[in-house]
Write a protein that binds this ligand. Structure first.
Ligand code: PLP
Length: 464
């Protein structure tokens, strides 16, 4: 690595990206390439000789950008956003530039301690209970995804329960049951598979539109009681603050009461909506979180931080460490033996880990708490305005499900916007997720004009 050549090439890449952002609205939001477009174009074998960065960037422009769905486009309203920011990209540059592997404290004290600092800052911002802090028995760790946080907390819960029941002799994995709602993110199902819990032992308790798709404590109690009667053991309850289909918020306090009766681990998945809870007016969505064992949210969704970044706090760090610790000779060192340091390898699945705290720290410092709150509030206001437009328009009261599907295709086909769908009680619903960094009021107006025009055209066609 030649520092001067690195400087020259990196400047070219920064210029390339700055131009990309200047021109992002010129590209169709959802990529319009056909399957195989790249595999058929690219050389079949790797280049034998080094190639200049200029040529490589030309190919990125010509071949890669057409195959990108532009998640950072202001017309991106699909899934949940993965929004970036200048502070985040610079943080990514620094962490990749340092390129170290902070699996334990000694391997890079700054990586471990910055992660602890940032997690304590966020704990305060979200007003999470003191018990989740390093100053008590808890603590926070940055994982790559919510799925990883599910796996790690499930393993911690599994080990805790197996140890508790182990002495009774008749305990086995097949008896453990996980509870969630039918709105819970599907990655919980995969996490259960990973930790050895059969899909037959995952209860997705049904929710209803009349209950705003939240998990009811009565339905949950009934499901648990029936399992207990059958000799099964309730292990883990996953509650969601901001479900993926409709952003429903499960009532934490009531549901924790139920879980307490059965001595279960309670995890809160606030992957998307957790970010909003840094604003005092939205913090009430987390009321009752003190009754849970763990809580996670994804800054890589709505916190100006790019993939990968999921913040997880646990009430008792020993639960995680007991389940996930390794102590190989190769990694033995005085700091770890002193028990005065955190070795994050024991809080996650992999050994190696990225210095993700660097980008999160950069984001928080670059925007400040007030800037971050303002950013969230701006998106919420745009969503409210859009909702008001829809409610005031008769065309959107009753729509045939098939039309919804066609409307979505017709809108996405323009290349100006990209949205995704869900199905609720058999009705096909278009989701408009507002939260891309570059989305502004004018993009919402454009979206509204497009939605009206395309809906009118489709309705007119249907009447003929
Ligand atoms: N939980 C919720 C509520 C989500 O909306 C998502 C993704 O959209 C996930 C979990 C999965 O997150 P990850 O991709 O970080 O595993």
């Amino acid at each position: 690595l030649d520092p001067e050549e690195f400087r020259r090439q990196a400047h070219l890449v920064v210029d390339f990206l700055a131009d990309y952002y200047s021109n992002i609205e010129k590209y169709p939001v959802c990529s319009q390439v056909k399957p195989g477009y790249l595999t058929e174009t690219m050389p079949k074998s790797a280049p034998m000789q080094p190639e200049p960065i200029e040529n490589i960037l030309q190919d990125v422009q010509k071949h890669i950008i057409p195959g990108i769905t532009h998640w950072q486009s202001p017309g991106f309203f699909g899934y949940f956003q993965s929004n970036g920011s200048t502070g985040n990209f610079l943080g990514e540059m620094l962490l990749t530039g340092f390129n170290m592997v902070g699996f334990n404290w000694l391997a890079s004290p700054a990586a471990t301690e910055l992660e602890m600092v940032v997690m304590e800052w966020l704990l305060q911002l979200l007003q999470l209970p003191k018990s989740f802090s390093f100053s008590s028995d808890g603590g926070g760790v940055i994982h790559g995804s919510t799925c990883e946080s599910f796996v790690c907390t499930l393993i911690a819960a599994r080990e805790k329960t197996l140890n508790q029941f182990g002495t009774k002799g008749d305990m086995n994995l097949g008896k453990l049951v996980v509870y969630c709602s039918d709105q819970t993110h599907f990655s919980l199902q995969k996490a259960c598979l990973v930790v050895g819990i059969s899909p037959n032992n995952v209860r997705a308790v049904p929710t209803t539109k009349s209950m705003n798709f939240v998990l009811s404590s009565r339905a949950l109690s009934r499901a648990i009681e029936s399992d207990v009667k059958a000799g099964l053991i309730p292990l883990y309850l996953c509650l969601t603050v901001g479900t993926t289909p409709t952003t429903a918020v499960d009532p934490l306090e009531d549901l924790c009461e139920v879980a307490k009766r059965f001595n279960m681990w309670v995890h809160v998945d606030a992957a998307y909506a957790g970010s909003a809870c840094i604003c005092p007016e939205f913090r009430h969505f987390l009321d009752g979180v003190e009754g849970t064992n763990s809580f996670s949210f994804n800054p890589h969704k709505w916190f100006l931080t790019s993939l990968d970044c999921c913040c997880l706090w646990v009430k008792d760090r020993n639960d995680l460490k007991k389940a996930l610790s390794t102590d190989p000779e190769l990694l033995k060192n005085k700091a770890s033996e002193s028990k005065q340091v955190v070795d994050y390898k024991d809080w996650q699945i992999a050994l190696s880990r990225r210095f993700r705290a660097m980008k999160l720290w950069m984001v928080i410092r670059s925007y400040g708490v007030s800037g971050l709150r303002e950013y969230i509030r701006k998106h919420v206001k745009m969503a409210k305005d859009f909702e008001a437009l829809l409610c005031a328009n008769n065309n959107f009261e009753v729509v045939v499900p098939r039309n919804f599907a066609m409307l979505l295709e017709s809108l996405n086909g323009t290349g100006h916007v990209f949205m995704t769908h869900t199905v609720l009680e058999g009705v096909y619903v278009i989701r408009v997720a507002i939260g891309a960094t570059l989305t502004d009021d004018k993009h919402i107006s454009m979206l509204w004009d497009m939605v009206q025009n395309h809906a009118s055209a489709l309705l007119a066609k249907d009447q003929h």
